[in-house]
Design a protein around this ligand. Structure first.
Ligand code: S3P
Length: 186
């Protein structure tokens, strides 16, 4: 087994943002394994708290309600720092609300995993937990979301990683290196 390489984050989480399918959960798991920091997957936690799948929340309560649940979770995390600090993998739309963008930046070190829409479309990203992609033309949706949300990810992130053609182990190493450098100066 690979040894863990803890990162001194001064109690603050490392947060991964980016579009659906950019690898937030996969990279989050790897960074968690490498650093020994636990993984907190916002989508999974919301499902657990509400007792419903995301697709069901969207269908029965609407997207706006889901966005409120994301904000409530971020506020809770800001008010109750987790020990040890987690790696947080977010849902792709968490940056849509201005309040969330501010909460994320204040909460921890935010990395945008930026994957081009073209690369995203080569990945198998159409899952039932992504109601926004249950459309006739998911490619159009991905291009539209990338255009709409790109500026929001940029505004929220402390650092950006362009990962369209980078293999996951390397992305994990880069996230850790960026976090080490960021926290070394705090
Ligand atoms: C969403 C992304 C999903 C999930 C929900 C909405 C979005 O998370 O939160 O379906 O608005 O982009 P992933 O990015 O983990 O797929």
């Amino acid at each position: 087994m690979n040894p863990t390489h803890p990162i001194e984050t001064h109690g603050r989480p490392i947060i991964l943002i980016g579009l659906m399918g950019c690898g937030k959960t996969t990279i989050g798991k790897l960074v968690s394994k490498r650093t020994g920091m636990p993984l907190l997957d916002m989508d999974a936690l919301i499902e657990e708290q509400v007792g419903m799948k995301i697709s069901q929340i969207f269908a029965e309560q609407g997207e706006a309600h889901f966005r409120m649940l994301e904000t409530a979770l971020l506020r809770f995390l800001a008010e109750h720092p987790q020990m040890p600090p987690p790696i947080i993998s977010t849902g792709g739309g968490v940056v849509v609300r201005p309040e969330n963008r501010q909460l994320l930046r204040e909460l921890g070190f935010v990395v945008w995993l930026n994957v081009s829409p073209r690369s995203l479309l080569h990945r198998n990203i159409r899952s039932s937990n992504r109601p926004l992609l249950q459309t006739e033309n998911p490619a159009d949706t991905i291009y539209r979301l990338w255009a709409e949300r790109g500026p929001l990810y940029k505004e929220t992130a402390h650092r950006i990683l362009n990962t369209s053609r980078t293999e996951v182990g390397e992305v994990c190493r880069r996230v850790c290196a960026l976090a080490e450098r960021y926290f070394a100066h705090r």
